[in-house]
Write a protein that binds this ligand. Structure first.
Ligand code: AHR
Length: 503
């Protein structure tokens, strides 16, 4: 007889990590592949509105309640002349887009995106080009976007039909400037100097903005974390966040190891926090720097197909990963990791939002649909607002190729005091056995289980398509609450959302 796999946890309303900043449920739209053209924008589509935006896509984005969206890149921004994307559409220039070797038509630019984001009820996180351009371009762009009027650039915005300033609050100082693939790749000293001078001038134009400095492009970069230490040595007092980017894949088809990769993400976050705090100590500063994990996801399924794309085509299907069920489990664990670090990770952007390594897919002229990873993202965004609690967890563990002591139970909880709701997010990483969870919630007197949502599938490689959504959640989980203890069987390889409400 096999032994039951059991885990225990205690959740107390007084054990708090921090208020969750809802911007950890942000996303990203880059001028890349079919994210913009054929994704959010397709004037000929039967659902398109008068501005050419697809209503079906907007509905899915709204369903996700995405609070902030990074734009326009990504690698794209490092070669982008933002002036190409404003003003009368018929006069806009077509450009060779060197980051992704395509042609950019510039039909959509800053104003259209801001308009679309407003319809999606999301803030814009705007990136400035610190690859081919610099201080001058950044100050002009922020004057165009945020200055009320009476100057060349702000009046040009008005002339373009936007009387009111866009009031964009969050700005990224370039993108992945440590990467040799980046247009205008820099050393940490070169970047640190440019970032602080750009920050200074941008704040002179608009003192209310928040700025994100570029951290490493991933934890595997050769200069990590020396890059962060040097960049922050220059910029610590002038920026509000340092960025982190990370993508994972299951290239060796080793699922136990793949599902443990969120531990690598956890380690990455801890190292960046330590580096920020080292610079804080070195500078005898009172300020604590926060983290913006502004690119994260699974990205590997489309790598081979992308190598075959004809250069200089317009909006080709690039980075179109079709996600399977196990990807959704890792995405769930990545979201759990942000909640575990809610005290320092204040923004995070799933990269990306539509068609390009995305939870939402479209057919040109046709349907739109939800990928497997849509669901953990949806649940975290909708139910993960409130205070992130520090659970005391005791779980059986396993060793994988890269990691030791991987807990089968990966979990985080959020307490929404206003709504009197508690949500437990949990992944069972065991591929064959259900995990029997006993969770002590005695501090939440008078609560009851409202529902236990489960995302499970017999086939780890199952995918959704435009025709059929085989990977989707059900709310038939068996969580029960008796005498202050929740008992639940978390099915093998599953994502679980146990929701408590005040009875
Ligand atoms: O999100 C896809 C790409 O990944 C982005 O353009 C870049 O910043 C990163 O390398």
């Amino acid at each position: 007889m096999t032994q039951q796999l059991k885990a225990k946890m205690i959740l107390d309303k007084e054990f708090r990590i921090s208020e969750v900043d809802k911007r950890i449920y942000g996303s990203f739209i880059e001028h890349l592949g079919r994210a913009v053209y054929g994704g959010i924008y397709e004037p000929g589509h039967h659902t398109a509105d008068e501005n050419g935006f697809r209503r079906d896509v907007l509905d899915l984005v709204t369903e996700l309640q995405v609070p902030i969206i990074r734009y326009p890149g990504g690698n794209f921004v490092s070669g982008y002349n933002w002036e190409d994307g404003v003003g009368p559409k018929e006069q806009r220039k077509r450009r060779l887009e060197l980051a992704w070797r395509t042609i950019e038509t510039n039909e959509v630019g800053t104003n259209e995106f801001v308009q679309w984001a407003k319809e999606a009820n999301a803030e814009v996180m705007m990136a400035v080009n610190l690859g081919t351009r610099g201080i001058d371009d950044a100050r002009n762009l922020i004057e165009y976007c945020n200055h009320p009027g009476g100057t060349y650039w702000s009046d040009l915005r008005k002339q373009h039909g936007f009387e009111q300033p866009h009031k964009i609050k969050t700005w990224c100082l370039g993108n992945e400037m440590d990467g040799p693939w980046q247009i205008g790749h820099k050393t940490p000293v070169e970047y640190g100097r440019l970032a602080i001078e750009t920050a200074k001038v941008m704040r002179w134009v608009d003192p209310d903005i928040e700025l994100v400095a570029c951290g490493s492009s991933s934890a595997n970069m050769p200069l990590f974390p020396e890059w962060e230490a040097t960049v922050l040595d220059h910029t610590y007092d002038s920026v509000d966040y340092i960025s982190l980017h990370q993508y994972y894949g299951n290239r060796d088809n080793d699922t136990p190891n793949y599902l443990a990769l969120s531990m690598n993400m956890d380690h990455f976050i801890k190292t960046v926090i330590s580096t920020c705090d080292y610079v804080k100590a070195k500078k005898r500063s009172k300020k604590t720097l926060n983290l913006s994990f502004d690119e994260w996801n699974v990205w590997y399924h489309s790598n081979d197909a992308d190598r075959k794309i004809e250069p200089w085509s317009i909006a080709p299907p690039q980075l179109e990963d079709i996600y399977n069920f196990e990807d959704a489990l890792l995405v769930g664990s990545m979201l759990i990791t942000f909640l575990k670090h809610a005290d320092r990770v204040k923004m995070a952007c799933m990269a990306q939002l539509v068609n390009v390594i995305a939870p939402i897919m479209t057919e040109n002229g046709g349907k739109s649909w939800r990928q497997t990873i849509f669901y953990p993202y949806l649940h975290a965004s909708v139910y993960g607002r409130g205070v992130s609690l520090q659970p005391v967890v005791s779980s059986p563990k396993y060793d994988s190729k890269q990691f030791t002591d991987v807990p089968y139970l990966d979990t985080a909880s959020v307490y929404n005091e206003e709504k009197e709701e508690v949500t437990i997010f949990a992944v069972n990483r065991h591929l064959e056995e259900p995990l029997q969870l006993a969770c002590d919630v005695r501090s939440f007197e008078g609560y009851r289980v409202a529902e236990h949502i489960v995302l499970e599938h017999d086939d780890l490689k199952a995918v959704n398509t435009a025709e059929s959504e085989t990977v989707k959640p059900h709310n038939g989980g068996n969580a029960r609450l008796n005498d202050g203890i929740i008992e639940a069987a978390l099915p093998k390889a599953s994502w679980n959302v146990i929701r408590l409400v005040k009875a």
